[in-house]
Design a protein around this ligand. Structure first.
Ligand SMILES: Nc1ncnc2c1ncn2[C@@H]1O[C@H](COP(=O)(O)OP(=O)(O)OP(=O)(O)O)[C@@H](O)[C@H]1O
Ligand SMILES: [Mg+2]
Length: 261
């Protein structure tokens, strides 16, 4: 069974009495444990697609299932973890208190196993900062805390919406490798939105390329580079060829236009 099945999803929004098609007939499947990346221009519906999988927004038509369950059921069973572009941590809570929040929401304080929280703190490299507040952490540390919070319910599906968009390039690549390690250890299925083609190639098993107006998937690129991935792969010919391929399908004729200019 697919870990994620998105079948012919369309979404229209009403903006000032005008109907805007945010997504048009989008389909994609992920196998259990697979890492998918979504790339595409601003406004093509990447966040909307993730929000529909997470049951934050409902589709106008089409069908989504997460490990065979409807998004509502998967959300209520805490099978979905969501990492937003900003870490969205609660400033008055410490690192540990932020990470365990989803468990408290489900079952109260008694539902929380301190040893499991500590294991997560260590998994994301925040040992020693358990009692720090978000304002005392760097941006990357806050994002790692948000990733731990998304993993605390052991979700089968991890959704990441440009989780490292606010970080500099070196920090982002470091976080990429850390996320890959966490993903491999937790054996979750992942779908990540990114603006960076290199990031998509470095992380994903498959890249879904989207176009805007209306938002749709225009290409699917299989990334069959060996794992575990390493930063040194970035300069290798196979990697560069995949980046070029993705760039072409993202920018189309614009690539040639820019080369001619
Ligand atoms: N709640 C909403 N109400 C009305 N329109 C919306 C809403 N959310 C998204 N849209 C519209 O849907 C389209 C897709 O938006 P979305 O945020 O999914 O794009 P995106 O691909 O994530 O863009 P970006 O890369 O800039 O984050 C846009 O045209 C946007 O105006
Ligand atoms: Mg977005």
């Amino acid at each position: 069974m697919a870990a994620l099945a998105i079948d012919n999803i369309s979404k229209t929004f009403d903006i000032d009495g005008r109907s805007v098609t945010a997504l048009d007939s989008v389909s994609l499947d992920l196998a259990p444990g697979e890492f998918g990346a979504l790339i595409g221009p601003s406004g093509c519906g990447k966040s909307t697609l993730l929000r529909m999988v997470a049951d934050i927004v409902s589709p106008t038509s089409g069908h989504i299932s997460v490990a065979g369950e409807a998004p509502r059921k998967a959300r209520l069973a805490h099978h979905i973890g969501f990492v937003f572009q900003d870490a969205t941590l609660l400033p008055w809570r410490t690192v540990s208190e932020n990470i365990r929040l989803p468990l408290e929401v489900v079952g109260g304080r008694r539902a929380v196993d301190p040893a499991a929280i500590q294991a997560l703190v260590e998994l994301v490299g925040l040992a020693g900062f358990e009692h720090a507040r978000p304002s005392q952490l760097s941006g990357g540390m806050q994002q790692r805390c948000a990733i731990a919070r998304a993993l605390v319910t052991s979700p089968q599906m991890l959704l990441l919406d440009e989780p490292f968009g606010a970080l500099d390039e070196i920090m982002r690549f470091r976080m990429n490798l850390e996320l890959l390690r966490i993903w491999a250890e937790s054996r979750t299925t992942a779908l990540m939105v990114t603006h960076s083609i290199e990031e998509a190639v470095l992380m994903a098993d498959r890249i879904f390329v989207m176009a805007a107006r209306p938002g749709r998937i225009v290409d699917e690129i299989k990334v069959d580079l060996p794992r575990p991935r390493r930063l040194s792969q970035i300069g290798e010919p196979d990697f560069v060829a995949l980046v070029e391929r993705a760039r072409k399908s993202l920018f189309g004729d614009m690539v040639e236009m820019l080369q001619d200019a």
